[in-house]
Design a protein around this ligand. Structure first.
Ligand code: TXA
Ligand code: MG
Length: 320
């Protein structure tokens, strides 16, 4: 039996599948199986009121799962799926409250990864798939990262881990609320705003609705064990790292590494930065660094904004 066939069989028997996508690895379960979905929450340690994203095969009927779909959302789906884009839409009765945290909306995405697509197509239904990390921790961009967080909680011969190599995008999908008159970004991702705007055919609006729950909007999230300190320039780096040796640096390529500091990554552009971000945070923990000094990417690009968003949460006060 192939890996994809094993995964599909596991899903049909209420098992969970660690599934590679182009953004980050997901922890997948059959959306129509309440017991399997309950295990997704239990395995992640995720609060039950944090809704899950429904993943569909390319070409699957959206109106099975979503109702009153606005024209601009059809445009986004037509132009940008498969891809790192999640649409929040009004749900149909087919989507149960245990998926949406009791909300009347559902988040839907068609991932652009050959293994995810093979599993979805062969499975035929919908799969919930939150990022395959423990709640609040750094999202996994390799199968090994997912196993570091979840291996103890998965059940051998019931659950399956699929290894699709490192994720191409590296940060989670852009989430767009499509329940109002115009699309609204709820979680920034790497998709250029101009692409979203063009596919939607109407202007984006600023996010305002505090009642829409996005778990990434919690204060501390995407956080490694090492403390994360955000710097705006190389001048702010600790002048003499030899006084406190366990420091890592994540910064764009042009910033030099002071002696005594562990360079975690030196990305050459914002897309490479996104791809290396989470692996760098996890590497700092593997090296038992005490703290990570981080200089984020410059500029207004979507990926740069998405990275700064994740870094702000990784650096947020954990006591709250
Ligand atoms: O790239 C991704 O989106 C990855 C891969 C695995 O597909 N998935 C992911 O899932 O990031 P998760 O569960 O870690 O984050 C899902 C986000 C949460 O912030 C959740 O609150 C939001 O989607 N969400 C889900 N349903 C929603 C809804 N009905 N309204 C608003 N936000 C929703
Ligand atoms: Mg997540």
């Amino acid at each position: 039996m192939s890996q994809v066939e094993r995964a599909v069989e596991a899903l049909r028997n209420s098992g969970l599948v660690v599934l590679p996508t182009e953004t980050v690895y997901g922890l997948a379960a059959d959306v129509s199986d309440p017991g399997a979905v309950a295990r997704v929450y239990a395995v992640k340690g995720r609060p039950a009121n944090h809704p899950l994203i429904l993943h569909l095969a390319a070409g699957a009927r959206l109106d099975t799962w979503a109702a009153q779909i606005p024209e601009y959302a059809l445009g986004l789906a037509a132009d940008l799926w498969p891809g790192p884009l999640t649409l929040v839409l009004n749900k149909t009765d087919r989507v149960r409250g245990y998926v949406t945290g009791g909300q009347s909306t559902v988040a839907v995405r068609v991932p652009d990864h050959p293994i995810a697509q093979a599993v979805l197509t062969e499975f035929g239904g919908g799969l919930v798939a939150p990022s395959a990390n423990l709640f609040g921790h750094v999202s996994p961009t390799t199968a090994a990262h997912a196993e570091q967080d979840l291996a103890d909680r998965l059940i051998p011969d019931v659950d399956v881990v699929l290894d699709g190599g490192p994720c191409e995008v590296g940060v989670e999908s852009t989430i767009v609320n499509c329940t109002g008159p115009a699309p609204e970004i709820l979680r920034p991702g790497t998709l250029p705003l101009s692409d979203i705007q063009q596919a939607a055919g109407v202007a984006l609006v600023e996010s305002t609705d505090p009642t829409i729950r996005v778990s990434g909007a919690l204060e501390s999230h995407y956080a490694p064990a090492a403390s994360v300190q955000l710097l705006t320039s190389a001048e702010q780096m600790r002048p003499d790292p030899s006084l406190r040796p366990r420091i890592g640096l994540l910064a764009p390529y042009e910033i030099p590494t002071p002696s005594g500091v562990v360079r975690l990554a030196a990305p050459r552009d914002e897309l490479e930065y996104a791809r290396l971000l989470y692996a760098s945070l996890r590497e700092a923990d593997a090296l038992q660094l005490e703290r990570i000094e981080v200089i984020g990417p410059d500029g207004d690009g979507a990926a740069a904004r998405a990275i700064r968003d994740r870094l702000n949460r990784a650096a947020a006060d954990r006591s709250s």
